[in-house]
Write a protein that binds this ligand. Structure first.
Ligand code: PLP
Length: 407
């Protein structure tokens, strides 16, 4: 783990210029690579040579452009290495499959993205006999008690989707370390805002699809961890990424690398807009939840763990009690007021809204949703930064009035 400022590390990487001195890195379009000396081929296959020595073998293994984006992701998360994948789910599933063998156990937060939940709850036991115990990640005793001799990893989102509870990463890292399990943190909601590896996580995963991309046009993911762990993921015999093949396209890697330089500005802009809107919603007496509000249960912990320059993230929730009221508000916000879009996902430059219980958390049982605090009327809002604050606030207020939520 590297404690330097990620912005400085990223600036250093941008000083490695493109093939012809271009200010941006070149796109390597080849899927296969020549060796001048035939003896290099066995060296590559047996892992004695690799991209760290400028030697490439095959694009599903390592591609120079994708490898470089991985280095940028490692700089962003202050880890030794990073590897980019075709989706966030590929990053999560590859990580879990790398750390666990058949019959092992996982301890997971009971409030995670529905796809992650389904992978752990349904897919893994059926296909691999890997079983997961779900716990309230804010209850550190429950976490410690759920770990058994079979547990290989503890997995949580830094900020839970959609309930916005903050994982106490240093305390979870303590527990994980004492019990000899790896701590994996999904930092999709809070790039730059939280630095899980600096706080003690062993592996950080991302859905790049969200804030890092920022334009809702690309599905992508990343795994950040030690050199040894990335090596294991890419092992020719047992590496889940190498063998299952969720490979990122080099053209996509190049496009994404051009968005990382303005990611800190975008995170700060999302956070600033979210905080002000949430303050105003709270002043109206509405059931708004956002880590930046003093009444949020993890506000003080967030202040302790976060990097203050980037705000409290771009997602908040508004609980409208029932799904009908939630749908009426979202419909007015999209179709009458043009405040944002009724769509899943997050991290877009415009606002996205969805009712989590019936969309991105619908994989969970009603009981599971209740335990995690996902009520039927909970609207998750990923706030954009387009337009001005006052324009957007007037649209939101008009929709709240039109649907009778405020007078
Ligand atoms: N992690 C979180 C927190 C998410 O919200 C999502 C998707 O919504 C994912 C992972 C999965 O990412 P992807 O859709 O890129 O596979």
């Amino acid at each position: 783990m590297n404690k330097r400022d990620p912005i400085e590390d990223l600036a250093d990487l941008r000083h490695e210029f493109g093939e012809h001195g271009g200010v941006n890195m070149s796109i390597e379009a080849s899927t296969t690579f020549t060796v001048i000396d035939p003896h290099t081929m066995p060296d590559l296959f047996e892992g004695r040579k690799g991209p760290d020595k400028g030697c490439y073998l095959y694009g599903r293994h390592f591609n120079p452009t994708v490898f470089n984006l991985g280095r940028q992701m490692a700089a962003l998360e202050s880890t030794e290495a990073g590897y980019c994948t075709a989706s966030g789910m590929a990053a999560i599933s590859g990580t879990v499959l790398c750390l666990c063998d058949a019959g092992d156990e996982v301890v997971a937060s009971n409030a995670m993205y529905g796809g992650t939940f389904a992978f752990l709850h349904d897919f893994l036991p059926a296909k691999t006999r890997i079983r997961t115990r779900f716990v309230d990640i804010t209850d550190l005793d429950a976490v410690a008690n759920a770990i058994t001799d079979k547990t290989r990893l503890l997995i949580t989102e830094s900020v839970s989707n959609p309930t916005l509870r903050l994982a106490n990463i240093p305390q979870l890292a303590n527990i994980a370390q004492r019990r000899g399990v790896s701590l994996v943190v999904d930092n999709t909601f809070s790039p730059f805002v939280l630095r899980p590896a600096v706080l003690g996580a062993d592996v950080v995963v991302h859905s790049i699809t969200k804030f890092i991309s920022g334009a809702s046009d690309v599905i992508a993911g990343a795994i950040c961890g030690s050199d040894a762990f990335i090596g294991e993921l890419m092992d020719l015999h047992t590496g889940p990424l190498m063998l299952l093949g969720p490979t990122m396209d080099p053209g996509i890697a190049s496009a994404l690398s051009l968005r990382i330089p303005h990611l800190p500005l975008r995170m700060a802009a999302h956070g600033e807009r979210a905080l002000e809107i949430c303050r105003r919603l709270s002043a109206l007496g509405l059931a708004v939840s956002y880590p930046g509000l003093p009444e949020h249960p993890d506000h003080a912990l967030f202040d302790e763990l976060c990097c203050p320059d980037f705000g409290y993230g771009g997602v908040f929730t508004l609980d409208l009690g029932d799904e009908e009221a939630a749908n009426a508000l979202m419909s007015s916000l999209q179709n009458e007021q043009r405040f944002g879009y009724l769509a899943v996902s997050l991290g877009y430059f415009d606002t996205l809204m969805s009712c989590s219980g019936s969309s991105t958390s619908s994989e969970m049982s009603d009981e599971g949703k209740q335990e995690a605090g996902i009520s039927p009327g909970l609207v998750r809002v990923s706030i954009g930064y387009t337009g001005t604050l006052e324009q957007r606030w007037n649209q939101l207020l008009a929709a709240l009035k039109e649907t009778g939520i405020v007078e």
